[in-house]
Design a protein. Structure first.
Length: 152
């Protein structure tokens, strides 16, 4: 399946989750599972909740990871602070990278806002491959974040 087709199918399923949203945690948990199911190069996919002065682990799929992230280093912190998507082809080249799992080689992090444009979380995706993500992933994951605006 082509990457764009996979995002289209994933988004269809995520829209259904959002439509029947009973709980933010449950919706984000299923969103993580859907993304992990459709993209075999996603080593870790999940959410970190924005808590003002730090990020706190939320629902995810993959191996255990960092629970609390400060906002002064790492890709997640950069995306939260800049309020923009950060794509990193080689995490070892990112200044201040936080290595929650040494198998992670590339990463993309997308901020997730509510309908009032308040930052609620970041969507973090890691790959065990270098340069795994491209503009299709930026577009696809930003669309995922957009679909989640109404669950807060």
């Amino acid at each position: 399946m082509q990457k764009q087709d996979a995002y289209n199918w994933a988004h269809k399923r995520i829209r259904a989750q959002v439509h029947r949203n009973d709980d933010v945690i449950a919706t984000l948990a299923n969103t993580s599972a859907i993304l992990k199911e459709y993209f075999d190069y996603f080593f870790w996919v999940g959410f970190y909740f924005f808590k003002g002065d730090h990020l706190l682990m939320g629902p995810f799929q993959g191996p255990p990871a960092c629970v609390k992230l400060t906002l002064d280093k790492g890709v997640c912190a950069a995306a939260a602070t800049k309020r923009e998507t950060i794509l990193v082809p080689d995490v070892e080249q990112f200044p201040g990278h936080v290595a929650c799992d040494s198998r992670s080689k590339s990463e993309i992090v997308v901020p997730v806002f509510d309908n009032d444009k308040t930052l609620k979380a970041v969507l973090d995706v890691d790959s065990a491959e270098f340069d795994a993500f491209n503009e299709n992933d930026v577009d696809g994951l930003e669309k995922t974040a957009e679909l989640l605006r109404g669950i807060w």
